[in-house]
Design a binder for this molecule. Structure first.
Ligand code: OGA
Ligand code: MN
Length: 312
């Protein structure tokens, strides 16, 4: 059996795991240990790995079903390919600073959890660095578990127990109204999740918010925005953040239930490519505990009495 070592990435969350070759089939036997580290530390870094797309997918499948957002867009016979987060076009050229694709990458620079806008949100993202930049382009992670534990009770009380609606176009609209109109950001109806995700393995609670979050139960759009910004600002203070500077071969895995992340800018004339595989959350990950019935207009389940109700 391979002997592996761990080293904290920050005092509050995350570990670097060394001594493991994730591509070696012998490592499969260690997966229960890797999963236990994931539950405990929320973010795992493995350096100097050589995972091709096939091995990347095999690793992802150990965490759960691989998320496949574009199944409906592929032509018959076209198979799933590992998504790339990249500014490099098929012809090898780099996308321009103001084009819609670069704007989409810039929307990744808003703090978020992945796929909160999908009917089934993501448990994890496994990112692998393929092409890295000479400066900038770090991916930052923020522990919403550590932040929730240290949040003043007065702030926690304003969100605890409430549902939050999410929509993909919400985050894109913050970058560009034109971007938010694209069909790919309007494919899925609004979702609604509990604002706190309790880890079913260890009972630890984490705030579950994202740039895709739209409206908090019982609050109008403006008050929702203000509260969501306040919560996000609290969670992303430097003491809750790990900034990962990429080297080719790095594998970074995080728990979307307990971590938000964002990209950071780089000189856009430089190519940057990460392979990204999300896996979907399952009931074993506590999925059912965050489900809240969707309401027709995205409003609170217990709306304040309207004049009509009062008079009827
Ligand atoms: C992602 C993401 C940020 C980055 O892959 O989901 O948000 O640094 N990436 O590219
Ligand atoms: Mn992301």
């Amino acid at each position: 059996m391979q002997a592996f070592h761990t080293r904290p990435l920050t005092p509050r969350f995350g570990v670097e795991v060394s001594g493991l070759d994730l591509g070696d089939p012998a490592t499969d036997a260690l997966f229960p240990h890797i999963r236990a580290l994931f539950e405990e530390h929320s973010a795992l870094l493995f350096r100097n790995q050589t995972l091709d797309d096939t091995r990347h997918m095999a690793l992802a499948q150990r965490f759960g079903p691989i998320e496949d957002r574009n199944a409906d867009e592929r032509k018959p016979g076209e198979g799933f390919t590992v998504p790339r987060v990249s500014n490099v076009r098929e012809d090898g050229s780099v996308t321009q600073a103001m084009d819609l694709h670069t704007l989409h990458l810039q929307a990744n620079m808003l703090w978020h959890a992945d796929s909160t806008f999908l009917p089934v949100p993501a448990l994890t993202n496994i990112l692998i660095a393929r092409v890295v930049t000479t400066e900038g382009g770090a991916t930052e992670l923020a522990s919403t578990r550590a932040a929730w534990a240290e949040m003043p009770e007065a702030l926690r009380a304003r969100i605890r127990g409430r549902g939050i609606t999410h929509h993909y176009a919400q985050s894109r609209a913050r970058i560009s109204p034109e971007l938010a109109q694209l069909p790919m950001f309007n494919k899925w109806p609004e979702t609604r999740w509990n604002s706190v995700w309790t880890n079913p393995v260890n009972g630890r609670e984490a705030l579950y918010i994202a740039s895709h979050a739209r409206q908090v139960d019982g609050l109008d759009a403006e008050d929702s925005r203000a509260l969501l910004d306040e919560l996000s600002d609290f969670c992303t203070q430097p003491r809750f953040v790990y900034a990962h500077r990429w080297q080719v071969g790095d594998v970074l895995i995080w728990d979307q239930r307990a971590v938000m992340h964002r990209g950071t800018p780089w000189p856009y004339d430089q190519p940057r490519t990460l392979s990204s595989l999300c896996t979907s959350a399952t009931p074993a990950d506590g999925l059912d505990s965050i489900r809240m019935p969707a309401t027709p207009d995205g409003q609170s389940q217990q709306p304040e009495k309207t004049d009509m109700e009062v008079s009827s």
